[in-house]
Design a protein around this ligand. Sequence first.
Ligand code: PLP
Length: 413
Amino acid sequence: MFYKPLQTPSRTIMTPGPVEVDPRVLQAMSTPILGQFDPAFTDIMNEVMEMLRSLFQTKNKWAFPIDGTSRSGNEAMLASIIEPGDKVLVPIFGRFGHLLVEICERYGAEVYTMETKWGTVFDQQDIINEMKKVQPKVVAIVHGETSTGCMQPLNELGKACHEQDILLIVDAVASIGGVNIPVDEWYIDGIIGGTQKCLSVPSGMSPITYNDRIEAIIQKRKKVEYGIATEEEFATKRTNMIRSNYFDLAMLQDYWGPRRLNHHTEATSMLYALREGLRLVLDEGLYERFGRHSYHEAALIEGIEAMGLKIFGDRTCKLPTVTCIEIPDGVDGELVRKLMLEQFGVEIASSFGPLHGKIWRIGTMGYSCRKENVLAVLYALEAALIRSGFEPIRGEGVQAALDYYEAPVFISF
Ligand SMILES: *Cc1c(COP(=O)(O)O)cnc(C)c1O
């Protein structure tokens, strides 16, 4: 059998992930491999930890990536904390809240949920009231809900959790690097990010950070693999060991820490990619980057509304990195997406569960979050709508975005 060399079509990716990867990151990925204990490589590991502390705006000792897609960070964090029977409260406002429930249940938690309509978020006080009733060990919550384009305010929740001795775990996969999340200032105990969204690095790693409250829990559950354990460690019997080997933060810590105790083989090329992605984030400046995300989001919204389309969801809690559009009555959402992809090479997303077939989702994330991409998504969407038999307000979408770009409203933090 003869196969041609790999060749991919040219695309403008405007989904909520995976998004376009900065060419400098792609270039970094072709850097030669180093051995995992080569000091030249462990120096890179240390640098990445330092850069992650800056990204998360934290003084936490532990900040490193989990090898696996973004949900691997969620699973590592929850698996390492939760023991069977532990109470976890999960407020759900979209698909990824259900994912947190699913992971917690698999590790034996007694899960309590609260739900709000997709397209809205919770009043933090309602969560705090529920915490008082349930008295959970952990509150696990999504920050940027990719499925609905909504962002949960978190500035008061962490402090309330600390006062009640509850841990706050946050899934910030879709928001980290695109939206301001001051982890320490908000008293977040453990937080999970993703690479393929606002960091514009390929999918395959999940950066996390956690504080000493979480470290204390996982140290008490630490069990080191036979074959690499000291005699003393091997003699220590644990009845409460972390139920996953791959996602055992206690062992991963010893791999990322000075002991360099071998766990898995670090994903060398992905680490190069993450390092370059983080370097670009810090070089741009965190606040400049958040500003850029809001700037292009605003241009996109101007264009969508000028076309006569409606933004889905409560605008007061809109996630700046994902814009959801109501699919007009009678329009085949999948046909429009297909036309955009086939005719223009522009990709947007549909949604899940109750919103499937009801909304489109457009990401403005990382390297994809730039003017020519916003304009491309607007003209491709307009043309595809007309082609599929719907009449938008012709010509106005791109013009409104261009007007905005000529005289932007500056967004401050
Ligand atoms: C994308 C996403 C995930 C899952 O990421 P994978 O890389 O597909 O595992 C989890 N949570 C949120 C909020 C996301 O947006």
